[in-house]
Write a protein that binds this ligand. Structure first.
Ligand code: SF4
Ligand code: SF4
Ligand code: SF4
Length: 193
């Protein structure tokens, strides 16, 4: 390498390094300024506030993904394990034990699964791979204990800047939550079993 080339290479190196140091310095300054103003630097993700959601059905049809990122979740601590579950059976189909056929089930994809536990007690779980996030069972359960609710599955969600469901939500139920605490029950919506 001749002297002129060597000089140019050093100059380029210094220029690149100086730019890098300046960028890092500006980044650190921005971080300090944001912290000073009390601005949180935690990454935020989209989630549904179950206290606002009316289970309107838009979650199943307005996601950018072909299969919606919204799934049904179950608060097992609230569930009455009822024989006649308002989220499982169509209203009017009384005598659940004798009406166990699929024609009496509310869930259109049979993602809501019923398992007999003991006497009049049943366990209800959700197969999230089959769940479309339609909210039909959630609406039904509102007449019962309200233990079913919809949540954005963070393993599926693309965390779009503009969530198309949030825009279409008539209840303004979509909120931003910290990525390290994204669920209402601190868990991903999935079947308990
Ligand atoms: S949200 Fe819809 S698809 Fe999912 S479990 Fe409930 S009824 Fe079935
Ligand atoms: S952020 Fe995007 S991927 Fe996630 S629920 Fe909304 S539309 Fe679907
Ligand atoms: S669009 Fe809003 S109100 Fe409708 S099911 Fe989704 S979160 Fe609930």
């Amino acid at each position: 390498m001749d002297k002129t080339q060597d000089k140019l290479t050093r100059r380029n190196f210094l220029r690149t390094t100086t730019r890098g140091v300046c960028a890092a310095g500006l980044g650190a300054l921005a971080l300090t300024a944001a912290r000073g103003k009390g601005v949180s630097m935690r990454r935020m993700v989209w989630q549904i506030d179950p206290t606002k959601c009316t289970a309107c059905g838009n979650c199943a049809t307005h996601c950018v993904l072909t299969e919606s990122a919204v799934k049904c979740a179950h608060d097992f601590s609230k569930c009455g394990r009822c024989n006649f579950c308002f989220g499982y059976y169509k209203s009017g189909s009384s005598g659940a034990k004798s009406h166990a056929g699929v024609e009496f089930q509310l869930c259109p994809t049979h993602a809501f699964v019923r398992k007999h536990v003991v006497e009049d007690s049943y366990e209800y779980t959700i197969d999230i791979d089959k769940c479309t996030g339609c909210g039909i069972c959630v609406k039904g359960c509102k007449e019962g204990n309200g233990s079913l609710f919809l949540q954005v599955d963070q393993d599926r969600c693309m965390n779009c800047n503009e969530c198309t469901i949030a825009t279409a939500c008539p209840a303004q139920a979509f909120v931003r939550r910290p990525a390290d605490d994204p669920y209402w029950l601190q868990q991903r919506p999935e079947a308990k079993s």
